[in-house]
Design a protein around this ligand. Structure first.
Ligand code: NDP
Length: 255
């Protein structure tokens, strides 16, 4: 159990990749704080884990794009489990639209959640880490922070901005024993991907054909990389990114 008794906050973990990360961390012995904007949605996820026999799991409804939401997560983790050791910034939304038409308030809403939200939560938890012997932060990015296509001005602004945020915090907070890294997934079958397919006009077959490994990734594969970076096995790794994409970003060919 490489995360035994570590207390982890996983933002946006009522479903999808966040939920898979939570399951992996519970299997590895961690105590898990789940989160979504909705207390009832996160409570349903907590119940699924309790029904599977996991005990050390709670859910906190909080909007991570607000400072009050971030503080609520830190206070909830400390009051239930006594401390916080790991933060996974995972909550994310997308809005695919031609940039000529994308509404500015929609652009800002994506930035508020995927980028400002990651800073806000990192700041709240980072201050706790500074006063409590350090910790680990992992930001869930995307291949669309590294390679680009149309219709994703908001999403790619956040996911490429994350490289700067991750690396600045890694450098600035290293003396306080805080490691900060990024995991960048390729295409994973989740609710977000279903919405993106209808807004973005692509199909499963398009993704499978374009991916050198000829398949979608799984949320568990993203969770495995995240658990490694959070563990002491990665004790000298900070300011880096692990891309989990079946070769998507490596591919530069034409067929
Ligand atoms: P889902 O849509 O399946 O899940 C998103 C989660 O985030 C939900 O639990 C949602 O709950 C929560 N959430 C959204 N906004 C907020 C907020 N402001 N505060 C708190 N919670 C919030 O998405 P995925 O699991 O697919 O994506 C997770 C992360 O992985 C995102 O950062 C995404 O960009 C990234 N990613 C996903 C890929 C994919 O192919 N699926 C590929 C690359 C990266 P609620 O609505 O109840 O608040």
């Amino acid at each position: 159990m490489k995360l035994l008794d570590k207390v982890v906050i996983i933002t946006g973990s009522s479903m999808g990749i966040g939920e898979a990360i939570a399951e992996k961390f519970l299997i590895e012995g961690a105590k898990v704080v789940l989160n979504s904007r909705s207390q009832s949605r996160v409570d349903e996820t907590v119940k699924r884990f309790i029904d599977q026999g996991f005990k050390s799991v709670i859910g906190i409804g909080a909007d991570v794009s607000t400072e009050s939401g971030a503080e609520k997560l830190v206070q909830g983790a400390v009051s239930s489990f006594g401390t916080v050791n790991i933060l996974i910034n995972n909550a994310g939304i997308n809005r695919i639209a031609p940039s000529y038409e994308l509404k500015v308030d929609e652009y800002k809403r994506v930035l508020d959640t995927n980028l400002a939200g990651y800073f806000i939560t990192s700041k709240a938890v980072g201050n706790y880490f500074k006063d409590n012997n350090g910790g680990v932060i992992i930001n869930i990015g995307s291949i669309f922070g590294q390679v680009f296509t149309g219709g994703r001005a908001a999403y790619s602004s956040t996911k490429s901005g994350l490289k700067g945020l991750t690396n600045v915090l890694a450098v600035e907070w290293a003396p306080d024993n805080i490691r900060v890294n990024q995991v960048a997934p390729g295409y994973i079958k989740t609710n977000l991907d279903e919405l993106d397919q209808s807004d973005g006009g692509y199909s499963d077959e398009d993704i499978i054909r374009r991916t050198p490994m000829r398949r979608y990734g799984t949320a568990e594969e993203v969770a495995n990389a995240t658990a490694f970076l959070a563990s002491d096995e990665a004790s000298y790794i900070t300011g880096t990114v692990i891309t989990v994409d079946g070769g998507w970003t490596a591919f530069g060919g034409w067929s």
